[in-house]
Design a binder for this molecule. Sequence first.
Ligand SMILES: *Cc1c(COP(=O)(O)O)cnc(C)c1O
Length: 430
Amino acid sequence: MSEFATRQIQAGYVPGTPQNSAVPPIYQTAAYQFSSLADAADLFALRTTGNLYSRNASPTQQVLEERVAALEGGASAVAVASGQAAVAVTLLALVGVRGHIVAANQLYGGTVDLFQDTFEDFGIGVTFVDQDDPDAWRAAIRPETRALFAESVANPVAQVLDIGLVADIAHEAGVPLVIDNTVGTPYLVRPGEHGADFVVHSATKFLSGHGTSLGGVVVDQGTFDFGAEPDRWPQFTAPYKRFGELVLWERFGIGQAFAALVKSKYVHDLGPSLSPFNAWQILQGIETLDLRVSRQSATALAVARFLAEHPSVSRVNHPGLEGNPWHGLTQRYLPDGVPSVFSFDLAGPADEGAQERVGRVIDALRVVRLVANIGDARSLVAHPASMTHSHLNAEQREAAGISLTTIRLSAGLEDPRDLIADLDQALAKA
Ligand SMILES: *Cc1c(COP(=O)(O)O)cnc(C)c1O
């Protein structure tokens, strides 16, 4: 296969329409015309695959799916309307109702909401563990556990996961490891190379890269054999209720059956479909992924070094800095750079007055913007305790490494000198 930068421009698309469009076209159509009734019947029965209705797939989306699968080194992918949808359909397909997930404490706030509120309503149990504690992962696994879940690099504290270690624990227990690689990006780390079986993305962030479009993707690395313990995975190995005697594992096999289940059941039934326009925007973003991510990574490290020396900053959570607890893991997992999403704590007590102090600094920023997003071309800050992680209780926030004075920064593509000058003048207000 070709190199990363070539794949991010070419994978998944061969100009093949009569118009020979050099750039993948936006297929802005809700549905597709069948050549005959027999062809339509084959498509509906999953005897053949092809375009049917845009809730399930569109050709623009298929290019995106193949491209992200190629960047992650995976076998297949499913693109959906958002990162939340990608996480939800992935785990519904693996875990089903009444199953159980072991997840890291250090997760995106929206994922925590999904796990401990909506999934709980569905009867899906989630046990949260410290992702750096292998014994905690092992101890939390139950007979009904069907997946382990963590982020390659967590946000906002930028803890780097020992993916290989957690993958081994998952595989000893006979369950797949699902990694959210939104912050890591496939340019900096490919979790599949370290044992992860499924990789999810909020494509809204670095893949899209310009803060314009929501989207989500899940990649099946083609490594997890649901046929090895068929009784455990009836959704793949038993006849598929709505399709008569069809067994997904026999029909599609390793690396493809998962995508078939996600599309034909969860996306089909729940409807979190990606619009062709958003798929196209994300494809545009991916074409410059390596350039943006390497520049943002270098900028973030320069800003982190500046903050680490600043008297109004008590701590900088950036694993590229010497002495950071996860610095050692960056050598193994992030040899090409550390993600550009990190955080820092303002000096002074994390008490009642903290919110007001943080507000004075954030409201003084002029170049860096207060926006609840990451991976944008613009540099963005957020205050996790009152924004993205405001639904966590104090104990959960502490377990995730977030204090009332923690400020998250997602470095964009502006000149780092302007970012540093802006932060310097704003920190003077602390
Ligand atoms: C933003 C984000 C999500 C959710 O993605 P949306 O596209 O906003 O639905 C999931 N995981 C991580 C790590 C994120 O940053």
